[in-house]
Design a protein around this ligand. Structure first.
Ligand SMILES: Nc1ncnc2c1ncn2[C@@H]1O[C@H](COP(=O)(O)OP(=O)(O)OP(=O)(O)O)[C@@H](O)[C@H]1O
Length: 878
């Protein structure tokens, strides 16, 4: 026993626990060393990304269009692919297949494909990849510019960009008109991808100090042919000037521009033309069924109403040529209650309203949208069944874009074009040339519902609607008049009175430009005849002519004032074809053109030596233009008119005189002369105001005009008046002056009243005198005591004391006192009686009371004689 086991003895096995712990320690140390090493070796994320990018870029060259069916077949970033997948985009469309590869390779691309074929993604994918390739961050500023012709299209593109690019870190911004410029200006510098309309972009380029595009990598023009056409020419040229020359440019449209001149402006480098459907049989989607009907202008509204009544469960877009047509017909159709919800979209609406309408129409399953051409291009409303072209489009391209709002991306759709008999031949020909398969169909007359009477009754009740109808009328005629293709659009063939009736108007409004067009030769004749007469014509102007003359100035001034504010919103007008802002712009151009014509024609008519003829000629030109201006007025709101008219009277005559004196070339801009300016002028010339001074009877001088200041503050004011006007003092002085005037007025009134009172009293006295005289003495004798009023007492009614007591003055005095005492006593008693008898004493009672209170008079006669006397007196009284 007592045997111990020594574990440390040599040869004994080591303790496994201890050795494990030692191993564990070593191992963990090695692991941490390895970890540290790995950490040191690990590349930064950007570096890894760069490697991925370079691998992707190597694959760009290997892209084989024929092998691509899906987006994932392209060498795209994971972030873009994820975004596409999440938005349910997997298979590529033809235009995407053919252009994305080229764009990834950095080439300039001109892409054209039918409407609804997916061109938006064809440029958005390369946009995202371009910035990804460059590892763009928010601090790098603006990298890509996407320009759209309309606000709605820009908004739609921006939404798709947000959806597809949501996994990228770039910032994207939407810059369109109708929002606060300042608000946009604060954010614009942090935007990497900017979706915008041309007008608004240029405004920022001009007005936002820190906005620049020096780092721009890519420029995209959606609906490129539209953006590069004449309408946007100036704006786009200015924008391009601000962009770096070294950049990639992508142009997309369903109707692509082939103009070398247009493309030269963009300085494209060996661009790749991709016309996906160039060899296709038709230039419109195969799933789109297209028909046209021919009907008279006056039938069109009834046709539209009948169409809507038979398509209540469908979603339709109806295109009109001008905003005013949309505005009027929208209201009328809302009142007609066709049984389907009616919406309106046009360039005159507020931006918020436009967005609301856009979103509402996207959401609705069945509805009809009345629109101008702002909705013709690019908009991707889902599930539109019908596109109706109420007014003939400007050209075949506009037709294609309008019709393309239906039958998008493999969906079906139908398009119906309404043509006037005069438009049929030319338009159908154009469409066939453009490979648009349209078939003529006929209206079923049994299904046609005539709404003219209803419209007439609406207008009879509603003045505002009537005015809208008039504007609609003029606007439509003008749109036809301004169309370029005169083979299709012939304004002289329009049934004008019938058209007015169809709008509900009993009388066709005067369309002055048409009248002028018809009268042109006559006017010239008149002028040349007048030319032989030496009498100036101006004095023979009628009042109406003078009014028109004034209206011309007014309109001209308003146009000149508007001049500087046209940048914003230009895109909408341009997108409208012939509508809104474009209408106005064209009006302005027309006016300017006529001004120019006027200048040129003046020497022809005006003998240079005869000044009066210059005046006459000026008047003639103005009247010409006033004709046109009324046409413009049709397009303006009643408030503005009021404002304009208000301006007229301050300007016209001065303008007239100035124009008569100066040459026509200098007449375009006149500075408005204000009353203040005129007053200053007078002050400068040191003119003195005439005074009117009169003399009083006392020979005092009284200044009657200008009125003299009377208040005490006068002197101090004069002392203080060292320079300028002290407003506070002037106010104080006026208040004092006011008090002074009021006091004087009060005194005057008081004196007047006093005088009146005195006159009245005098009149009363006179009347009572006359009354008294008229009564005989007896009566006067009996009545004297009845007189309450001391003033009314007439001493002449008393018996002449001289007759009885001529020498007894003291006695007579006593008698008088007696009488007065008696009178006083009587008066007192009478007052007492009055207090007792509410009803008041009758004259009989009063007399009785008087007799009762009289002291017995000693006549010196016997009682019998006294009685005799009394009886006699009583008899004579009765
Ligand atoms: N690869 C795709 N897969 C599925 N749907 C697609 C694809 N590409 C586009 N689309 C859908 O097709 C519709 C039309 O696309 P998009 O608006 O880009 O046409 P577009 O060619 O630009 O038309 P437009 O000429 O009228 O402007 C959209 O609804 C879009 O979501």
């Amino acid at each position: 026993m007592g045997k111990t086991n020594d574990s440390r003895s040599p040869g004994a096995r080591p303790d496994p626990v201890r050795s494990f712990n030692r191993w564990k320690k070593k191992h963990s140390h090695k692991q941490s060393q390895k970890k540290q090493l790995r950490k040191q070796l690990k590349k930064p994320e950007w570096q890894v990304e760069r490697e991925v990018i370079s691998r992707l870029m190597q694959n760009y060259e290997k892209i084989n269009v024929n092998e691509i069916t899906r987006f994932s077949d392209f060498p795209l970033s994971k972030k873009t692919l994820k975004g596409l997948q999440e938005a349910q985009y997997r298979l590529v469309t033809e235009i995407q297949k053919q252009t994305i590869g080229l764009a990834l390779q950095g080439k300039d691309v001109l892409g054209a494909a039918k409407t609804g074929s997916g061109k938006t993604l064809a440029f958005l994918v390369p946009v995202l990849e371009a910035l990804y390739r460059l590892q763009w961050t928010s601090t790098d500023g603006l990298g890509v510019l996407i320009i759209s012709p309309t606000r709605e299209l820009a908004y739609q593109t921006f939404e798709v960009l947000r959806k597809v690019g949501k996994n990228h870190e770039f910032s994207a911004g939407l810059i369109i008109g109708g929002k606060d410029l300042k608000h946009e200006a604060e954010r614009i510098n942090n935007i990497n991808i900017l979706v915008c309309t041309p007008g608004r972009l240029l405004q920022h380029m001009d007005e936002t100090i820190c906005f620049h595009a020096t780092n721009l990598q890519m420029l995209v023009l959606d609906e490129a042919d539209r953006i590069l056409d004449m309408g946007f020419a100036d704006t786009m040229n200015a924008i391009i000037e601000n962009l770096p020359k070294k950049r990639q440019t992508l142009l997309f449209s369903a109707t692509q521009t082939k103009s070398v001149k247009d493309l030269a402006r963009l300085s494209l480098k060996n661009p790749e033309y991709v016309w996906v459907h160039e060899k296709a049989k038709y230039s419109t989607p195969a799933t789109l069924e297209q028909n046209y009907i021919v009907c008279e202008l006056q039938q069109k509204i009834s046709v539209l109403y009948s169409f809507l009544r038979s398509h209540l469960k469908k979603k339709s877009i109806v295109f009109f040529s001008s905003c005013k047509e949309v505005q009027y017909l929208y209201r009328v159709f809302c009142r007609l209650r066709p049984g389907i919800s009616v919406l309106a979209l046009h360039g005159r609406q507020q931006q918020m309203r436009r967005m609301e309408v856009y979103n509402e129409f996207v959401r609705k399953r069945a509805a009809v949208l009345f629109a101008t051409d702002i909705a013709a291009r690019g908009l991707d409303f889902p599930a539109v069944n019908w596109v109706l072209q109420f007014d003939c489009p400007e050209d075949a391209n506009t037709y294609i874009h309008r019709a393309g709002r239906t039958a998008r991306y493999k969906e079906d759709g139908e398009a119906l074009l309404i043509l006037l008999p005069s438009e049929e031949k030319g338009m159908v020909q154009q469409l066939l040339q453009k490979k648009v398969p349209v078939k003529a169909i006929k209206i079923n007359p049994e299904k046609l519902i005539d709404v003219q009477k209803k419209l007439e009754s609406f207008l009879a009740q509603d003045q505002d609607l009537k005015e809208r109808a008039q504007r609609c009328f003029v606007s439509y005629i003008r749109s036809v008049y301004l169309m370029k293709d005169k083979e299709i659009f012939d304004v002289s063939k329009l049934p004008i009175p019938e058209y007015a009736l169809s709008l509900g108007l009993a009388v066709a409004p005067r369309v002055r430009f048409l009248q002028k067009m018809q009268k042109q030769p006559t006017r010239e004749l008149v002028v040349s005849q007048d030319n032989k007469v030496s009498e100036p014509r101006a004095p023979s102007l009628t009042n109406d002519e003078v009014e028109e003359f004034r209206a011309y100035f007014n309109e001209k001034m308003s146009i000149l004032q508007k001049g500087g504010k046209r940048a914003e919103g230009t895109e909408d007008g341009l997108a409208n074809g012939i509508s809104d802002e474009e209408e106005e712009k064209e009006d302005e151009e027309e006016i300017e053109e006529k001004l120019g014509k006027g200048k040129e024609s003046q020497p022809q008519f005006v003998p240079s030596t005869d000044e009066s003829w210059k005046n006459k000629e000026t008047a003639i030109h103005f009247l010409d233009r006033a004709d046109d201006e009324e046409e413009d007025d049709d397009g303006l709101d009643a408030d503005f008119l009021k404002v304009k008219r208000h301006n007229v009277f301050g300007l016209d005559l001065k303008e007239n005189k100035a124009l008569q004196k100066k040459e026509a070339s200098k007449s375009s801009v006149k500075k408005k002369v204000t009353k203040v300016a005129e007053a200053k002028k007078v002050m400068k010339r040191n003119f003195k105001v005439n005074k009117k001074i009169t003399f009083t009877d006392e020979g005092e001088l009284v200044q009657q005009w200008p009125q003299m200041q009377k208040s005490v503050l006068k002197d101090t004011e004069e002392e203080d008046d060292t320079g300028g006007i002290n407003l506070d003092k002037a106010k104080e002085r006026l208040q004092e002056e006011d008090k002074f005037d009021k006091e004087a007025y009060r005194k005057k009134i008081k004196a007047k009243h006093r005088e009146k009172r005195l006159k009245e009293r005098e009149a009363r006295r006179e009347a009572s005198k006359r009354q008294a005289k008229a009564k005989d003495e007896e009566e006067a004798f009996l009545d004297w005591s009845d007189d309450d009023d001391d003033d009314g007492f007439d001493p002449s009614t008393l018996p002449d004391p001289d007759k009885y007591r001529s020498s007894e003055d003291s006695d007579s005095e006593d008698l008088e006192n007696k009488i007065s005492d008696t009178k006083k006593k009587q008066g007192m008693r009478k007052r007492n009686n009055n207090e007792v008898e509410d009803t008041g004493p009758t004259s009989h009672n009063r007399k009785k009371a008087k007799w009762e209170t009289l002291e017995p008079l000693d006549t010196g006669l016997s009682l019998a004689e006294d009685e005799e006397l009394v009886l006699h007196l009583l008899k004579s009284q009765s």
